[in-house]
Design a binder for this molecule. Structure first.
Ligand SMILES: Cc1ncc(COP(=O)(O)O)c(C=O)c1O
Length: 407
């Protein structure tokens, strides 16, 4: 940020951090729709390629619009966190074209054949696909366990020295389960392992994994960070600057999962309102969960904010608020789920999450339609399960729509 002000609030940082004046004094960062950047002379080209001079070369390697997004998200993820010397925690971010691109760069840049990843059984499907089916072909295995039991995690770390990384996603997609960042980071430090955390569901406003000592954070910025459903995107952040500027950056440039500047521009503007949006999402979610929890048509509400939820304590330990994601189970199964979806009048029938409007999906008839019921059950996806990303509408309208669809 150019204005050298010590901003006290997360919301101010989200708005101002990362912006740099440019020659035309544009209020907002321009969309630098340019694949390449020009050198004044051959000597400047040499200085840029040798790293002796900062500056852009080619947009797959970095672009000024993406750089503003990187500075902003770095400021948010490190907000109020200090390193061991009491200085603001330095982080490096790399913007990607999708969350999956960011996760792929992370895994390919840090793991080699023979390494193993220890992870929790509830993960976003794309991440699970990479860990279970893509990486094993490269000689990298994943061990999947219940990381909510730190003793089990420690036993596994002791038993298998090939484990190089703990890969966490908390709250996790699709179950919204939480794992204990503090406990798992302590274990990782004790056994000299890397820790990566997917912070998509929480966002840095609700949870800052670097506070607990993780090495990497990834996001699908497609969701709450963008906030308006206008662009797919992802980011990888790391605190080991040498590793990030070296091996990780080299892999990033080579894989080519860089974002386009228009999408990044949309993301920058979305991120500015993260605090106010999340406050509204979260307050609505709590009220909606309480309404559903006492409704006669509903067998179970899976929301970390409810005190009877098994992960409530972990969520409250590490999150400012348990967030806006929940699921609930209808008593009358698959047909009940289909009927409920068809009756919705305001809430949006779709997959994805994190936009202004309330998004609702019925996994058994949509995302998991082709998965056999038995296999679905293993992941806690029953026939009547409904997943919801609670939006920012007036809460009485959300509740009224759900109520009439539940009749
Ligand atoms: C937790 C989580 N991580 C990663 C991803 C992948 O992100 P993208 O779709 O932007 O590639 C998703 C997508 O839904 C997600 O929910």
């Amino acid at each position: 940020m150019e204005k050298k002000v010590d901003l006290k609030g997360f919301g101010s940082v989200a708005i101002h951090a990362g912006h740099q004046k440019e020659s035309n004094q544009a209020h907002l960062v321009p969309i630098y729709a340019s694949s390449t950047f020009v050198f004044d002379d051959a000597e400047q080209g040499m200085r840029r390629f040798s790293g002796k001079e900062d500056g852009f070369i080619y947009s797959r390697w970095g672009n000024p619009t993406a750089a503003e997004a990187e500075r902003k998200i770095t400021a948010m993820e490190s907000f109020g966190i200090q390193d061991e010397n009491g200085n603001p925690l330095p982080l490096k971010a790399l913007m990607h074209a999708s969350g999956m691109a960011a996760i792929t760069t992370l895994l390919l840049a840090t793991l080699k054949p023979g390494d193993k990843v220890l992870t929790h059984f509830s993960l976003y499907g794309g991440t699970e696909e990479i860990l279970q089916n893509v990486l094993p072909e490269l000689g990298i295995e994943s061990i999947i366990t219940d990381l909510r039991d730190p003793q089990k995690a420690e036993d596994m770390l002791k038993a298998d020295p090939a484990i190089k990384m703990l890969y966490l996603e908390t709250p996790a997609n699709p179950t919204i389960q939480c794992v204990d960042l503090d406990e798992l980071c302590k274990l990782a430090r004790k056994h000299a392992k890397l820790v990566a955390c997917d912070n998509t569901f929480a966002t840095p406003y609700l949870q800052q994994p670097f506070k607990y000592g993780v090495d990497f954070v990834v996001h699908s910025t497609t969701k709450f960070l963008n906030g308006h459903g206008t662009a797919i995107g992802g980011v990888l952040l790391g605190k080991d600057l040498e590793r990030m500027n070296g091996k990780v950056y080299k892999m990033y440039k080579t894989l080519g999962g860089t974002p386009n500047p228009f999408d990044t521009f949309m993301l920058i503007n979305g991120m500015k309102t993260l605090e106010v949006r999340m406050d509204r999402h979260c307050s609505n979610a709590m009220q909606v969960a309480k309404f559903l929890d006492t409704h006669a048509a509903i067998a179970m509400v899976n929301y970390n904010g409810l005190e009877h939820h098994p992960d409530h304590k972990i969520a409250m330990k590490q999150m400012k608020h348990p967030g806006a994601m929940m699921s609930f189970e209808l008593k009358n199964g698959f047909d009940g789920g289909v009927a409920f979806m068809n009756k919705l009048r305001m809430c949006t029938r779709t997959v994805s999450l994190g936009t202004c409007d309330t998004l609702i999906c019925h996994p058994a008839s949509m995302t998991h339609y082709s998965v056999p019921a038995e296999a679905r059950k293993k992941y806690g996806i029953s026939d009547g399960l409904i997943r919801m990303s609670v939006g920012m509408e007036n809460v009485e309208d959300i509740i009224a729509d759900l109520n009439q669809a539940l009749q």
